[in-house]
Design a protein around this ligand. Structure first.
Ligand code: ATP
Ligand code: MG
Length: 390
């Protein structure tokens, strides 16, 4: 029995004239994620994308897992498809859902008749099919509120039989909301921030600052692994690795210690923006959350944003750490994020950072040394490569 995957569109069903653009982006993203699993046939109808495996031996479990992570899809069901004839429908229920029905105590039938020419109404389908199931599985009883199994029948161009749909990623398709550069550290927060922007349709590139030899190759590999996990949702990520040691060393020697972090963050932003300019990317994203640490007070953010020409999106700004952790567990970055490797920020962290820096002091401190050649060198020496999902 060959299964078919039904991916139900989420928010994009509300779109007006440009709905097709969203649907096309969604289809492209699904195809990209399934390409390596084999050949599939795709078609759209009634706010659903139908995905039919064409090769024998395609891993449908894996395909469903992948489709569930594509933004723009609200629900995913695996179903079988039969001609719209009563005998075919009952035979399909017995064959496809036999094990589920045999193990259950209660069930209900849910019918949806998208093809209004089908001779039975939805309530009639429910009654008739319910009767058929009770005759064939006499141990079962009907429970409309909390059944063990829901037998779904959807009458469309064919009849689709399935045991219910699972929640998928939601959001809108990646590629429909512009491009942004995520400042990606090895921590818990920034991968979640990237995920949240991608969920709203943003194509996410990433920039990581490293400080060899203070930070190790293992630390970078960890960040690359995070990017690879994120890519299951975000699509392939253009990854930029910036050698940041020299700027940090100069800052440590020349800048007032309590302003070190804020100056470093301003220079990170400057390097990131120059790379964005080259790549036609129009916004930055960070994993900051208000008040989480000294560099994430409002005063510190005012000083950081003063160095930014581009909008800085901070999707975690109002979230508690526990809420951020819950998302990082859900998207599977948490276990990697907590691996104990050093980050360039922590290596040089001053003991007493200013939580209320005065903007003019920060600007004066920055202007007291010649950082321009250092920034240019950072940009020139940045390595760029693509990171894909496993
Ligand atoms: P995270 O969990 O994302 O590391 P954090 O709570 O450790 O965040 P900070 O270290 O203050 O907070 O970093 C704040 C933000 O700055 C990060 O979320 C990230 O966007 C960016 N950032 C920090 N370190 C780096 C780095 N080495 N490379 C790129 N971006 C960084
Ligand atoms: Mg960090």
């Amino acid at each position: 029995m060959k299964e078919i995957i039904l991916a139900k569109f989420g928010e994009i069903v509300l779109k007006g004239l440009n709905k097709n653009n969203f649907e096309d982006a969604l289809l492209r993203n699904v195809k990209r994620r399934l390409k390596r699993l084999g050949k599939f046939d795709y078609w759209k109808a009634q706010s659903t994308l139908y995905i039919k495996p064409l090769d024998d031996g395609i891993d449908v479990d894996e395909a469903v897992d992948r489709v569930k992570k594509v933004f723009g899809i609200a629900k995913v069901a695996r179903a079988i498809s039969v001609p719209k004839e009563w005998n075919e429908i009952t035979a399909a229920v017995s064959a496809y859902l036999d094990e589920a029905l045999a193990c259950a105590n209660t069930f209900k039938v849910k019918a949806k008749r998208a093809d209004k020419k089908f001779p039975m109404s939805s309530p009639e389908i429910c009654t008739e099919l319910g009767g058929y199931i009770l005759d064939n599985y006499p141990h079962l009883s009907v429970d409309v509120h909390n059944p063990d199994v829901v037998v779904n029948v959807e009458i469309r161009e064919n009849a689709f039989i399935h045991a219910g749909s699972e929640d998928a990623a939601g959001g809108i398709p990646v590629g429909t909301s512009g491009r942004a550069m995520l400042l990606l550290s090895g921590g818990i927060d920034s991968p979640v921030a990237g995920y949240m922007m991608a969920k709203r349709g943003v194509s996410v590139s990433a920039i990581h600052f490293e400080s060899p030899p203070y930070t190790s190759e293992r630390a970078r590999l960890k960040v690359e692994k995070l990017a690879s996990i994120m890519a299951e949702y975000c699509g392939a990520i253009n990854f930029h690795c910036v050698p940041f040691t020299e700027i940090q060393e100069v800052l440590r020697e020349q800048a007032p210690e309590e302003l070190f972090t804020i100056l470093m963050r301003r220079l990170m932003m400057e390097v990131a923006q120059r790379i964005c300019d080259k790549e036609d990317i129009s916004a930055l994203v960070t994993g900051e959350s208000l008040g989480q640490v000294a560099s994430q007070t409002m005063g510190a953010m005012v000083c950081t944003d003063n160095a930014c020409r581009m909008p800085v999106f901070r999707p975690l700004i109002g979230m508690d750490k526990s809420e951020i952790v819950a998302i990082s567990r859900k998207i599977n970055t948490f276990e990697t994020s907590i691996e104990p490797y050093e980050d360039c920020c922590t290596v040089f962290t001053p003991k007493h950072p200013k939580t209320r820096p005065v903007l003019q002091d920060v600007i004066d401190a920055q202007n007291s040394f010649d950082y321009e050649p250092l920034i240019q060198k950072c940009v020139e020496e940045t390595k760029v490569y693509t990171i894909t999902a496993f």
